[in-house]
Design a protein around this ligand. Structure first.
Ligand code: ADP
Ligand code: S3P
Ligand code: MG
Length: 167
């Protein structure tokens, strides 16, 4: 069993929003690893970062991604930093992976002051700029498809992603 598609990209790319819409269009389930992590931890992501630390979040994330990649058959959205882990990147090989790309201006507009995203809690613009530069090669490495989202409405992006999945 494997997800119909795995969505990756930086915070604000629209992985959660587009993933839900694509799953709806395909008539399949939708899962977001961040939601599963919150359920497992019994608390929201910012609380995990504050109380347990980022390494604890990343360990939980690695386990949840590995599990869902082998057992989930709907559309799966990952958290933006999941691809930082080398073992996760290896596990993505052979999957249909859609990189939703977004540049700094739109990413910042979409995440605002970073509420709910602990990495962006301080200096959201500078942090986002750094994350985009650091991670772009990794998103590209794991992607089988890339969809540009800047200046586009979610509905239009979802139609493009659904079409490239052959549906
Ligand atoms: N193409 C888009 N245009 C404008 N706003 C968007 C777009 N995609 C997502 N958003 C908005 O940006 C915010 C972040 O989207 P989300 O799906 O949570 O992104 P991600 O899961 O990649 O971090 C949400 O408020 C969402 O409604
Ligand atoms: O970029 C990151 O490292 C993170 C992105 C978040 O998910 P989104 O990309 O859905 O915002 C969430 O997993 C966590 O706050 C860490
Ligand atoms: Mg998300």
């Amino acid at each position: 069993m494997a997800p119909v598609a795995v969505l990756v990209g930086p915070p604000g790319a629209g992985k959660t929003t587009i993933g839900e819409a694509v799953a709806g269009a395909l008539g399949v389930g939708f899962a977001d690893t961040d939601t599963i992590i919150e359920q497992r931890a019994g608390k929201p992501i910012p609380d995990i970062f504050v109380e347990d630390g980022e390494p604890a979040f990343r360990a939980l994330e690695r386990a949840v991604v590995a599990e869902t990649l082998s057992s989930y058959d709907g559309v799966l959205s990952l958290g933006g930093g999941a691809i930082m882990d080398e073992s996760t990147r290896k596990l993505l090989l052979g999957h249909t992976v859609v990189f939703l790309s977004v540049e700094l201006a739109d990413a910042i507009k979409r995440v605002g002051l970073g509420a709910g995203r602990p990495l962006l809690a301080m200096n959201p613009r500078a942090t986002m700029k750094f994350l985009l530069e650091q991670r772009r090669p990794l998103y590209t490495e794991v992607a089988t498809h890339t969809v540009i989202t800047d200046g586009r409405e979610p509905a239009e992006i979802a139609v493009e992603v659904t079409a490239l999945l052959g549906a």
